[in-house]
Ligand binder design. Structure first.
Ligand code: HEM
Ligand SMILES: Cc1cc2nc3c(=O)[nH]c(=O)nc-3n(C[C@H](O)[C@H](O)[C@H](O)COP(=O)(O)O)c2cc1C
Length: 566
């Protein structure tokens, strides 16, 4: 299915691509800030109105054969009124929405919507641009809808302008925080970015980024468990010159990847919720700073766009969720191989999504109870976050490694290994790498902290570090965390949320700053530890305390106040 343009000149009419939105309004405030805070300034609307009038003009100038038929009852000038849109707000009347001034009929598409049907049912009949734009790649409409689903353009005269006076206190606080971002250099550690993100993100975006499974114990323990490891620093070692570069997949012929720092960006979806350039910020920052970006299969920016902004030779790991429709995964694998990605990170810890209640609440999800009939276990229990993974094959098994090998020749890294037995199995099957990870605590609560698994692996199977690249992610927030993991034998360490938070508001500069912070902490830590290169790190340089459950963690689900109101 493809929604193709039949008019290179832009403008209205069925089957036409929506016009590109400009990023700055004449108020000087970027339009995305206005959109993010739910406000469209009157001036901005005037600009939009002008744009659409021109577009309507262009439509009238098209030869008749190129103008797709408009819905019955449309105004003569071909524009659709908001009242008309509003009356199509149910499966019976039809499910119409407005996105960037274009009207779409989603009645047939709703059941197949990868984000679940509820969000469309709830918002049909409205302008959904603010909800839609940050969570969809630009080609989503073109790739998924039929030309006939595009009904035309909305009549701008009928749009009710939301006045600044309607701005809620919360939105105002958020807008002001965004307009008055502190200098990026005032971010001294990764937690500073997290605090800043909490001030500027919408409730939904914050919930999506920060939430984790059930009581969020694993998410918290991921970080606490780094406290088990203490250093045994050596002194009076000349540390004037230190080298913190390393090589990933050094033993995989043709895939050895030199990086400036032993960290990488863990693949994480929906960066556009934090900044309009989304994942492009991460690709550019990784290129500038010489580290690897893990590209999420659910990125909010198109894959080609990201690959296009790489520097020549910039390494990237593509994160794959295997599709129930294997042919779809095969197409992606072929593409990323052709386009020069370095390796594939196959995520194996999310056959179904974890139960992320904060995310569900923020989206106002009301779960279909099924009246005792039971639901589809692969999509129920996680709201929109669960439905997003609807294409992921829950029946993936070890035998599918053979399928992967037939399909793609890039090195394979299994992401989401949570036990020693599975590292052993991966090594036995010749997989090139594993990421000890529990999806940042977003999958199974009470899955062990990855650093605890790494300690156990070092104690029980030190030989495996020679056979397979071991990576680790989850709860890494300090350069010292990186050094601890490397002392235990990890090749590099991934960071997920810190990069989403860092690019929120700040864009590329924030992501670069986050890398600089870790770089500074790693470099400083090496000097204070008495080493000058990463290969000098070894288990003798650390003390490991017994495994513990952090007594400060509360065993009750995070429950925001007033969560059952409206
Ligand atoms: C216009 C047609 C639409 C298409 C083609 C479309 C397509 C998609 C796709 C492909 C995804 C999965 C994203 C990914 O895995 O990369 C998705 C997720 C999603 N969509 Fe849509 N969508 C459409 C309309 C809408 C509308 C109208 C809304 C809201 C009113 C919406 C809200 C969402 C949400 C909330 C998610 C999940 C993101 C998350 O977990 O936060 N979509 N959609
Ligand atoms: C908002 C968010 C989205 C994520 N999306 C993906 C994804 O699309 N694919 C994936 O394999 N892992 C995903 N992850 C997991 C990360 O790759 C990584 O394992 C995790 O964030 C590491 O924990 P940390 O956030 O404490 O650094 C996501 C994590 C977060 C927080």
């Amino acid at each position: 299915m493809r929604l193709v343009s039949n008019n290179s000149g832009g403008g209205g009419g069925g089957g036409l691509q929506p016009p590109k939105a400009s990023s700055a309004s004449t108020t000087g405030v970027p339009r995305w800030i206005l959109a993010a805070t739910g406000i469209v300034a009157a001036l901005g609307v005037a600009e939009l109105t002008r744009g659409r009038k021109v577009a309507a003009e262009e439509q009238r100038r098209l030869p008749p054969a190129e103008v797709a038929p408009l819905a019955a009852g449309d105004p003569v000038d071909g524009l659709i009124s908001m009242d008309d849109v509003a009356s199509h707000n149910s499966p019976e009347s039809g499910l119409w929405v407005v996105i960037n001034g274009e009207v779409y009929d989603l009645t047939d598409f709703v059941e197949n919507h990868p984000g679940g049907k509820n969000v469309i049912l709830k918002n049909a009949g409205k302008d959904v641009t603010d909800i839609y734009a940050p969570v969809h790649p630009p080609t989503a409409i073109e790739d998924n809808l039929e030309p006939s689903n595009h009904l035309g353009q909305v009549d701008p005269k009928t749009i009710k302008v939301k006045q600044a006076s309607e701005e809620s206190e919360k939105d105002k606080k958020r807008r002001l925080a965004l307009e008055n971002l502190p200098p990026v250099g005032s971010m001294l550690n990764l937690d500073d970015f997290e605090r800043n993100a909490q001030n500027i993100l919408t409730d939904q975006a914050w919930a999506y980024y920060s939430s984790a499974g059930d009581d969020e114990i694993t998410k918290q323990q991921n970080r606490s468990s780094y406290n088990r490891i203490w250093f045994k620093p050596r002194i009076l070692v000349p540390v004037g010159q230190v080298d913190y570069s390393t090589t990933l997949m050094a033993n995989v012929s043709g895939a050895d990847t030199k990086v400036s720092l032993p960290i990488y960006i863990s693949p994480a979806a929906m960066a556009k919720l934090g900044h309009p350039d989304g994942e492009l910020n991460l690709t550019r920052a990784a290129g500038r700073m010489g580290i690897v970006q893990g590209i999420s299969a659910n990125a909010s920016v198109g894959l080609d766009e990201m690959l296009d902004v790489r520097k020549p030779g910039q390494p990237t790991f593509y994160q794959l969720y295997v599709n129930k429709d294997r042919a779809a995964s095969e197409r992606i694998l072929k593409k990323i191989q052709d386009r020069g990605c370095t390796a594939v990170m196959l995520t194996v810890d999310a056959p179904v999504m974890g139960k992320r209640e904060a995310d569900m609440r923020a989206k106002g999800e009301v779960v279909e109870t099924g009246g005792g009939q039971g639901g589809d276990p692969t999509t129920s229990g996680g709201g929109v976050a669960a439905a997003i993974s609807g294409y992921i094959d829950p029946n993936l098994s070890w035998d599918d490694i053979a399928w992967y090998r037939k399909t793609c020749s890039l090195p394979l890294i299994l992401k989401g290994i949570q036990s020693i037995a599975d590292v052993e199995e991966a090594a036995k099957r010749g997989v090139e790498g594993v990421v000890l990870s529990n999806h940042g605590g977003r999958s199974l609560d009470f899955s062990p902290a990855p650093i605890d698994v790494l300690i156990e692996l070092r104690q029980k199977r030190p030989d495996l570090f020679e056979k397979i690249d071991v990576y680790v992610d989850g709860g890494v927030r300090r350069g010292t965390d990186v050094l601890k993991a490397l002392a235990l034998g990890a090749k590099a360490v991934g960071l997920g949320r810190p990069f989403l938070y860092a690019q929120s508001g700040f864009g590329e500069a924030g992501a670069v700053r986050a890398i600089e912070i870790i770089q500074d902490e790693v470099e400083r830590g090496m000097r204070l530890l008495g080493i000058t290169s990463l290969d000098q790190l070894n288990p003798d340089m650390i003390d490991i305390l017994p495994r513990f459950f952090d007594p400060n963690l509360s065993r009750s689900a995070p429950c925001p106040p007033n969560s059952f109101e409206g």
